[in-house]
Write a new protein. Structure first.
Length: 248
């Protein structure tokens, strides 16, 4: 049996795994979830990783790290500190060592947008490797106000049951740390572990085309496809649990 360490994405918290956890534990697995300090504008990716590491029990259990969305930038840092069997990227960003997330998509933005984001582009030669990648973010999400409940429904929770949607909206948190966009990944390379990438075909945040491309290019795996939107742990937890516990 495995210990599933569940690391939430932006605007969410440990609560977001509450529907998934019973399905994992019913199969005899253990789980741990934590709240990242997303309300702290100064919190870095390294601080996020430290919070995850502190939440992990001192155990030799088979450890699987699951990172949703933003947390794809966090779980590789945890894997540098703790021995893990598998990293699972769930509708998630995939970091590129030596670069920030904005480095990866800056070529899709015009100069005015880059200035508005206070971004100083690197030399084009250093970013050329990203030029042929599909757009990282789904265009429908670009420029939207994520503090607006209507936007969260449209982009995060559109395929959730109404009661789950209302519950999720009531639990939402302020996302003030932008480390997942601006922090440079400090690793020399991604950890040498088993990888799994789960893409949702109607994801309105992370582009499914980018997810499929980046899973193959950076992780060397074919993305596993689920129907629905960005938060399958809320919209289809039983199906997600089946994918997570499948050894292939």
């Amino acid at each position: 049996m495995s210990l599933f360490c569940l690391v939430h994405g932006a605007f969410q918290g440990a609560w977001s795994w509450d529907l998934l956890i019973p399905y994992l534990e019913a199969q005899g697995h253990k789980t741990v979830a934590m709240d990242l300090p997303i309300e702290d504008a100064s919190a870095s990716l390294s601080q996020f990783a430290d919070v995850v590491i502190q939440a992990l029990p001192k155990t030799d259990d088979d450890l699987v790290l699951v990172g949703h969305s933003m947390a794809g930038t966090v779980i590789p840092l945890v894997a540098e500190a703790r021995q893990v069997r598998q990293l699972v990227f769930l509708s998630a960003l995939i970091p590129c060592p030596g670069f920030s997330t904005i480095d990866q998509f800056s070529h899709n933005l015009d100069p005015d947008s880059l200035r508005a984001l206070n971004y100083e582009p690197k030399e084009q030669s250093k970013l050329a490797q990203f030029n042929d990648e599909p757009d990282l973010f789904n265009p429908v999400s670009v420029g939207k106000d994520f503090s607006d409940e209507a936007v969260l429904i449209e982009l995060f929770y559109h395929d959730c049951e109404p009661d789950v949607m209302r519950w999720a909206l009531s639990k939402g948190r302020s996302q003030r740390s932008m480390a997942y966009i601006y922090d440079v990944n400090p690793l020399n390379s991604l950890p040498n572990v088993d990888y799994k990438y789960i893409v949702c075909r109607d994801d309105r945040i992370i582009s499914p085309a980018w997810s499929r491309y980046a899973a193959r290019k950076r992780l060397g795996v074919d993305a596993i496809e689920l129907p629905g939107g960005h938060c399958p742990h809320l919209s289809r937890p039983a199906q997600l649990a089946s994918v997570l516990t499948n050894p292939t």
